[in-house]
Design a protein around this ligand. Structure first.
Ligand code: ADP
Ligand code: MG
Length: 633
């Protein structure tokens, strides 16, 4: 037996591993199983290359829990190690990294330490986060004189022992962890099963943990009542699907396969995604994966964090916040890249240049796919538009490149339910909706029902109105205005003649003196609703009075509400009462001699305008109805 000191000069590494290595101790299992998978894959490669000519046999990796002995064993039938290799790979390599790590650690903060971890091969040593003692029993695939089975043992101090093993040992490696008292949770079958399901669900080598019982029908046997007889059969419980859809060729997969895989990823989800993208890149970096476009409802926040990130089929994380652009986190699916380092912290990933390149690529693929559907199947694209538009708008607002690529297929819907790209729409309204300064005015509504009267007036003028009632539409429209120098105006922001100002002016039937006389009458009628009275010379067929909401103030208020409404009441609901001086009813009110009747008529007119926008409620509404009945009498 050989005794030795692990090659760390500086100081004891283990307390540091325990404290700093990973904030989540459970990661040790991922590390050890990945090592077992690596060792197995290496053997398969050697076999393929003809350098290993023995039987591969059953390569299943086994996880064995012994609650009594307080051990957890990870056993593989991969390449194994000779004594010399253990010295090289476990004692030296790992710790030469560790030593450097300790050196650097001295002057660094915890977050910096986490950033550095990716640079050191501390995978195996993460065992010491959860165990008092770790034992490696291993036998190399080679059958040389010095390739006999060996056992390495270390109790968490820098001292280890290495000895030859007597007796028959299979090729491969067993890592036997003596779980420490403060990590008892890892002796619980459910906990281990949960971890395996989390990290190992799609590993490329079968992984077995315990057994599972299944009820099977006994063929040709019936009980005395003629019913089928069942028996419980125990079979090894295999954790993983070794060939998940993303590692297969797109040409081998049907639409059903993609849907089935979606449900494998999200067993709790009953919704079908709208479409998918199969990513497959090998230059300048390796990236595979499948992204699904879910229906995006009005609750953007709820749907995030569904994409799972893998590195060579090993689960890394499903919280991609800050790693991929925020809008992409609305998608579902998997991304797999061996170029994304496994052992690293979030802040490391965020600053990693490979990750940035990968992001750029994904963003491009996503817009390419959307463009492809748009070009090849416009009808289908339009059908799905309402469900994906929040995603696209979010992307366009937050990502310059995505904006440029998506501009050509991003759609806008008008009140007739027709869809247009920005360019198409510009062409459609250019001639009719240009004002006297040659600016095209884009009219929109945020609520077709409430703004119905205004929409109708716009339609009578031959104008078109866009429907902008999605959660991000308001932001999107601000963004478009900024990027493309467009002018959007909500249909109820002003009277239509003001929204799109043309050359000609309609002459006013009332002079200034008459307006002065009307003003207090309407101010009184509008008192409770806090309306600002103003006069406009409109068409005599238009409404006698109108309630408008000035665009600027309304937007400020909307923005304030969306951003959480800090400084409550800063932007009051500012509304104007516009009096159409050319309407015969306004002249009638002006000329009414009976003062009480005059006030009643003014009030009735104002209430009608409020009513048409759903602003008349409660007591005001009851009073209005009573007054209407009286007026009919
Ligand atoms: P890494 O996997 O990043 O190389 P680890 O600390 O996880 O770092 O492992 C160190 C080395 O120990 C591996 O590169 C490998 O050579 C060897 N090793 C670890 N586990 C096994 C195993 N189960 N079978 C064979 N070799 C192993
Ligand atoms: Mg490793």
């Amino acid at each position: 037996m050989k005794k030795g000191q692990i090659n760390v000069k500086t100081e004891n590494i283990f307390p540091i591993i325990k404290k700093f290595l990973y904030s989540e101790h459970e990661i040790f299992l991922r590390e050890l199983v990945s090592n077992a998978v690596d060792a197995t894959q290496k053997l398969k490669t050697l076999s393929r290359l003809g350098e290993f000519n023995g039987e591969l046999g059953d390569l299943t990796i086994r996880i064995i829990l012994d609650e009594e002995k307080k051990t957890l064993t990870i056993k593989d039938r991969g390449i194994g190690m000779s004594g010399e290799e253990v010295g090289k790979y476990i004692n030296q390599i790992a710790f030469s990294g560790a030593e450097e790590f300790v050196e650097k650690f001295k002057e660094k903060s915890q977050s910096e330490v986490e950033n550095m971890i990716g640079h050191f091969g501390l995978g195996f040593y993460s065992s010491f986060m959860v165990s008092d003692k770790a034992i490696i029993q291993t036998k190399s695939y080679r059958d040389g004189e010095n390739d006999g089975p060996v056992q390495w043992e270390c109790d968490g101090s820098p001292n280890y022992t290495l000895k030859d093993l007597k007796g028959e040992y299979e090729r491969g490696t067993s890592i036997i962890l003596h779980i420490s008292d403060d990590s008892k949770e890892f002796l619980d079958e459910h906990r281990i099963l949960g971890l395996l399901k989390k990290y190992c669900k799609f590993l490329p080598v079968p992984i077995q943990f315990g057994a599972e019982k299944t009820r099977v029908k006994k063929e040709g046997e019936k009980d005395k009542d003629g019913n089928d007889v069942y028996e419980e059969i125990e079979s090894p419980r295999i954790i993983n699907n070794t060939t998940p859809a993303w590692v297969r060729k797109p040409s081998e997969l049907t639409e059903e396969d993609y849907m089935a895989f979606y449900h494998e990823l999200y067993p709790m989800s009953w919704e079908e995604p709208l479409f998918h993208i199969h990513l497959n890149v090998d230059y300048p970096f390796n990236l595979t994966g499948i992204l699904y476009f879910p229906k995006i409802s009005d609750r953007l926040g709820v749907q995030k964090d569904k994409i799972q990130l893998y590195s060579n089929q090993v689960f890394v994380t499903d919280s991609l916040e800050g790693i991929v652009p925020d809008f992409l986190t609305l998608l579902h699916g998997v991304l797999d890249s061996p170029d994304i380092p496994l052992n690293v912290s979030r802040s490391y990933l965020q600053s990693d240049s490979e990750v940035k390149k990968i992001n750029g690529h994904i963003t491009k693929k996503v817009s390419d796919k959307l463009n492809e559907i748009f070009k090849n199947n416009r009808e289908d694209f339009e059908k799905k538009w309402d469900d994906i538009k929040a995603f696209i708008e979010y992307g366009m607002i937050s990502d310059e490149k995505f904006y440029d690529r998506s501009k050509i297929f991003a759609l806008m819907k008008n009140i007739e339910g027709k869809y247009f790209t920005l360019e198409e729409y510009q062409g459609k309204v250019k001639d009719i909706q240009s004002d006297k300064d040659k600016n095209i005015v884009y009219l929109y509504t945020t609520n077709e029902k409430e703004q119905h009267a205004f929409i109708e007036t716009a339609k009578e003028r031959g104008y078109d109105v866009l429907v902008m009632d999605g959660i991000l539409d308001q932001h999107f429209l601000n963004h478009l205005e900024m990027k493309e120098q467009l002018h959007f105006k909500r249909v109820d922001a002003d009277v239509i003649e003001k929204l799109i100002q043309k050359e000609e002016n309609i002459p006013s039937k009332l002079d200034d003196k008459e307006k002065e006389k009307l003003k207090p009458i309407f101010e009184k009628a509008a008192e409770e609703s806090h309306l600002t009275v103003m006069f406009e010379s409109l068409n005599e067929k238009d409404m006698p009075t109108l309630i408008t909401r000035p665009e600027f103030m309304r937007r400020m208020k909307d923005m304030q509400e969306m951003s959480g409404g800090g400084g409550f009441g800063m932007f009051p609901d500012s509304m104007n009462l516009v009096i159409n001086v050319n309407h015969p009813l306004i002249s009638a009110i002006l000329n009414e001699k009976d003062e009480e009747k005059q006030n009643r008529l003014a009030k009735q007119t104002v209430d009608l305008s409020l009513l048409s926008q759903g602003l008349l409620k409660g007591e005001a509404l009851t009073t209005f109805i009573k007054r209407s009945v009286d007026l009919i009498d």
